[in-house]
Every structure is written in C-alpha cells, then in structure tokens.
Design a protein around this ligand. Structure first.
Ligand code: ADP
Ligand code: MG
Length: 626
C-alpha cells in the first residue's frame, strides 16, 4: 500500500469509528448535526474540494460533484426532517472504501506488470584493465567488454566473447526453457545469465538495447485507447448530464404536480429520492473497470511474451478475420542450409567466399545463412559499394569486382543470362563482373510449430489464412502444402506485398480485421499497412519493433493464436463488465426513482458492482494461462 492509500485507510477507520460512537451519544438538534459533521469532514473533505475545483474549472458534472451534492443534500434532509445524519456520512464512507479498493487494485496490477517485466538492468560490469567496474548502463559505449556473473541480468545487447552458460529469457519471451549460449552467440539485454561467467562485447547503446525498447513500449501501451475505452468517455458525456436532469425532474415534478392537484407536496420525500437517484447514477464501476481490464490484458499478454502496443490493437486482434503470413523467418526458420552449388565457373569454396562477402552487411536470413556456411572471418575492407535491393538480392564490389547475388529477377534486371535451377529450395544466383558464375541452392526448414499454428488459428475462428513471399512459386507451394495453407502469392517484391495486403483489406468484411505476421525484414511497410501488424522473433530487430503493433518476443508462430485468444478473452471481460455495470445501474435507478431503494442500498449496489467489476477485470491479468 502506498502512503496515500494508508492515509485514506486511517481516514476511513477514524470516520467509521466516530460514526459508531456517535450512535451512542444522546445529542439532539444542532449539536447532533455538528457532531456528525466531524466524521463527514474527515472522510469527505477531499471530495468536496475536488467538486468545488471542478465547478471553478467548468467541468462540473463528475462523480465528485455527484457525491458532494448527494451527501450535502442528505445532510439538509436530516437537518430539516429526519434528524438523522448517518446516511450522509456512510454514503461518503462507502464511496471512499470503493475508491481505495480501486486504487489498490490498479496500483497492484501496475506493479505486477512492472515486476513481470523486471528486465531493467541497474548496472553493467565493464571490464577495465582486466577488472570489472560497476557502471551505469547508460554510460557504456558500444563495443565495451562486459563481465557477467551467474545470476546477473544482461544489461545491454551484445555478443558473447568467452564462456558458456545458459540464459533465462523468460522475462522477455515467456519461454521457460533456458537458452544455451557460447562464444559468437548474440545475447540480448533483459535475459538472466544462469550458470557460467560470460565475457561479452556490447553491440548497441543501452537506450537502443532490447530491454530499454521493450520497457518504453510497455510503458506507452496504455496511452493508446481502444474504441471501448473511448466509448466510456463518450458515454459519460451524455450520461452525467442526463442523470442530473433526471434527478432534477424527479425532485421537482411530482411535488409540483401534487401541489397543482391540491395535495401535500412532500418536497423532502422527493428531494430524497432525487438525491438517491444521483448517488446510484455514479458510473464508477464502468469508469474504473474498463481501463483496468485492458491494462490487465496488456499485462497478461506481456507475461506470455506477446507485447501489444495499445489497447486499440488488443481490441482489433480480438476481431481477427484474416491472417496473412510472410514466409521466410515467419513460417520457416529462416536458417538456410546450403544444399548444393551448381554450374559454378569457380571453385565452390571461392563462390561461397564471394557470396558471403557480398552479403556481409545484410541482415536478411539468406545473407546470415550464407555467411554461416562460409564460416570464416569476413574482411569487410574487401567489400565496397554495397547495395541491397529489397526482395531481390545484393549488388556489391568484392576485391574491386562487381558482384550480383540474388534471385532470377535480379539477374534479369542486371541483364545477365542465368541457368534456372530445378531443385527445390531458394536459389541465390551469382554473377561476377556481369558474367554468370553459378548458383547456390539453399534450403529453409519449416518451424516445427508452424502447422500447429495454422490449425490453432483456424480453430480460433480465423477464416482466411494467406501466405505472401518474395520467393519462387515452387518454394512457396512446397511450404504451403506442408502447412495446409491454400492461398499463396509468390514472387512479390516488398512493394507488391503492400499492394497485395491492400487488396486483401478491400475483400474483408467491414468489421473484420486483417492481421499481417512478418519478421520485419523486407516487410516493415506491410506491418504498418495491415490493421494489426505482428512482428515475431523481433528481439533485436529494430525495424520490426518500430513498425509492428504487436511484437512476439520469441519466434514461435503458436503465439499468434495465443495472442488472438488473449485478446478475445480480455474483450469478453470488458463486455461482461459493461453489461453487468450498466444493467445493475439501470435496475437501481428505477428502484431509486420509485422510492423502493434508499441511499444505503444505492451505495452498496455501487460499491459492490465496482468491486465485482474490478475483480473481474483482474482476471485479464491471468490470460497468459490460456
Ligand atoms: P520472404 O517474402 O519470403 O520473406 P523476401 O521478400 O525477404 O522473402 O525476399 C524475397 C527473395 O529475394 C528471396 O527469396 C531471395 O531470392 C531474394 N533476396 C532477398 N534478399 C536477399 C539477399 N540478401 N541475398 C540474396 N537474395 C535475396
Ligand atoms: Mg521476410
């Protein structure tokens, strides 16, 4: 509990105690009134102050004013008619109990999320003259050497230089199996080094490191409002004036009518009903529980390794109708093995060396795989004029000779005649100084979870599943048939993918949502264009984290169906709360107007609904178990 909450608890206890005590004091008349003002002041002064401030600022009709008017009115009724002030104090008391409960729940789920995302490192041990020096991560330049003891958090992204260990990535990915690392492997900030001592070299600044970016993302997520949340503010805009007018009518009309008919006017009775009506109308449960549900949903999803950048995307995801996949790196592992080298005019190793050097700067999975197949140190000094042509390949000079490495399109575009390959797999053709030099056949493997992911999405109610790829038709068909995807579009350049997605956007139903899943390489524009862009395996890929609306921390495609299920669950909770809160409100309002419900019942209904709604909202925090 925070200090503020503790103070509130004290106020509640004091006022409650005084209220009970006053019950036994036989004071009468004005003295009794002033005695009751003490607990009323203790528990309600801040509400009165906020109501006053609201009036001065011109935003009159909020819940503080509702409470102030209702309780002051109850005091006046007590003074003029019943001589009992318990109700006014109790109403305020219960309202504050509700508020305290709510602030505790919100604070708790906020803290929970912060704890779940406990990835912010406090320090980095920089190696200086062979000794570790504790440094603020913010002040560590790129290329520094860090030492990591077992149990320490990796503060900055980097590469392992020395040592073997397993790292726990669960805070980032939700994946509980630790990952083994050895020299040469990348490691990302936010993981925990578990078993061995590691020496690593940083490859980024702290601010650009994965942990910092993810925290930024999580912290900003709740500022993007969903339509349901906007619905609440629109609702409040007409609801509050409506109930105030309703209360005025209820307080004035019946007595005036009675007066006109020559009967007793009963001002106090109808005044009391009007005030009860006001207390009941207070929409706290809605106002509180809806943002809380989204907040908890975002937190629960985060815990499962699904980072959603705003509640608007959470809501959109729940309506997913079509899911469009990129192939390489999304459905396939994006780790290509060299399956053969054909028609080479050079020695195979020489061809691979040239290809690896030409690809030295690309982050495309093909490039990474070719560099790995070459396996030796790459001397970047030998490579100049690198130009990556998205969805086609690479142009560069290696040792001063013009190299083209890429697909058939690239060869055609460069005016080089090539020998087509009849093997399955992805083909990288090579040309040296405009002369065809042979091709490398590389083969990608499916991720083991891909087929399951497609089935799970179908089961989750996604009607249309499409695969887009820049690869050849043959390679695309092979993958699609293994996964059971019927609709494929191949040979697409990055801009064609955007056009294709736009075409698909035009075909879906008006309320349906199109989700695109990619790895951020050559498909960042598509991630932005789709209704919801999901980037997967995005740890470390800046473009993807920027462009995507949802970031999956590991590259398991099963997570997509999970994200959809989480979103549906969270939205279901939101709707439950809306229906429940408005329903109970409506019944109580009618009872209040009819004079059946008194202020006690009103306040119990209000606090009760709010507590139930908040408890229901908190369920969204546990959606990761879905
Ligand atoms: P996908 O849609 O399957 O993710 P991309 O759009 O990234 O594929 O690439 C499409 C095709 O462009 C690849 O199949 C490959 O033939 C070629 N290509 C792209 N980048 C490179 C590269 N760096 N080196 C060689 N070929 C490349
Ligand atoms: Mg791709």
């Amino acid at each position: 509990m925070s200090r503020k909450q503790k103070i509130m608890l004290c106020r509640i206890l004091t006022a409650g105690g005084l209220l009970i005590l006053l019950h036994f004091i036989p004071a009468e008349g004005l003295l009794r009134f002033f005695l009751y003002l003490i607990p009323y002041g203790i528990i309600g002064w801040d509400i009165l102050k906020k109501a006053g401030k609201g009036i001065l600022r011109g935003q009159v009709l909020d819940e503080n004013l509702l409470m102030a008017v209702a309780t002051l009115g109850a005091l006046v009724i007590g003074l003029t008619k019943t001589g009992d002030y318990t109700e006014a104090v109790a109403v305020m008391l219960f309202y504050q109990i509700g508020e305290l409960f709510q602030s505790y729940a919100v604070g708790k789920s906020r803290r929970n999320i912060a704890a779940l995302m406990d990835i912010r490192p406090d320090y980095a041990n920089v190696e200086l003259d062979g000794k570790p020096v504790r440094t603020d991560p913010d002040e560590v330049p790129v290329g520094s050497v860090l030492l990591l003891q077992p149990g320490e958090k990796v503060p900055i992204d980097g590469v392992v230089l020395e040592g073997r260990s397993s790292v726990d990535t669960s805070a980032l990915t939700g994946e509980s199996v630790p990952r083994e690392v050895q020299p040469g492997d990348e490691i990302i900030s936010g993981c925990i080094n578990m078993s061995g001592v590691l020496r690593m070299r940083t490859t980024r600044e702290f601010g650009d490191s994965t942990a910092s970016r993810i925290l930024d993302l999580v912290e900003n997520a709740s500022s993007r409002k969903s339509r349901s949340e906007n619905f609440i503010s629109r609702f409040a805009r007409w609801y509050t004036p409506a109930v105030v007018i309703g209360a005025c009518l209820l307080g004035l009309l019946p007595p005036l009518v009675s007066l006109a008919l020559g009967r007793a006017s009963e001002w106090a009775e109808w005044g009391y009903r009007a005030l009860t009506f006001l207390v009941i109308s207070c929409p706290c449960a809605l106002v509180v529980s809806i943002p809380l549900s989204f907040f908890a949903g975002l937190g629960g999803a985060g815990r499962a390794g699904v980072l959603i950048k705003g509640s608007n995307y959470l809501e959109a995801l729940s309506k997913a109708e079509a899911v469009v996949f990129d192939k390489t790196g999304t459905l396939t592992r994006g780790v290509f093995e060299v399956a053969g080298i054909h028609h080479s005019t050079l020695e195979d190793q020489r061809l691979l060396e040239i290809a690896a050097h030409a690809e030295c700067a690309s982050s495309h999975p093909i490039a990474v795989s070719i560099r790995r197949a070459w396996g030796k140190e790459i001397d970047r000094g030998r490579v100049t004029e690198i130009e990556e042509i998205g969805g086609n390949g690479i142009l560069a000079r290696v040792d001063g000779r013009r190299i083209a490495a890429g697909n058939e399109r690239l060869m055609t575009q460069q005016g080089i005649s090539f020998i087509p390959c009849h093997h399955t797999g992805t083909i990288v053709h090579l040309a040296v100084d405009g002369q065809y030099a042979g091709h490398i056949v590389i083969d990608d493997t499916l991720k083991p979870e891909s087929a399951g992911a497609v089935t799970a999405l179908r089961k989750a109610g996604v009607r249309r599943i499409v695969m887009l790829t820049g690869d050849r038709r043959a390679a695309a068909e092979r993958v699609a048939s293994q996964l059971g995807i019927e609709e494929i579009h191949s040979d697409l350049l990055p801009q064609d993918k955007v056009a294709k997605v736009e075409e698909l956007l035009g075909q879906k139903s008006p309320k349906g949502v199109l989700v695109f899943v990619g790895d951020g390489i050559n498909d960042a524009p598509v991630l932005t264009r789709a209704d919801v862009g999901i980037a997967m395996g995005a740890l470390g890929s800046d473009a993807a984290i920027e462009a995507a609306d949802v970031v999956l921390m590991d590259d398991n495609p099963m997570q997509i169906a999970k994200a959809v299920r989480i979103a549906r669950k969270c939205l279901a909770i939101v709707y439950e709360n809306i229906v429940f809160a408005i329903g109970v409100k409506a019944v109580c309002l009618i009872l209040g107007a009819a004079g059946v419900a008194n202020m006690w019942l009103a306040i119990f209904a209000d606090v009760g609904v709010m507590i139930l709604a908040v408890l229901n909202a908190i369920r969204a925090l546990f959606v990761s178990k879905l």
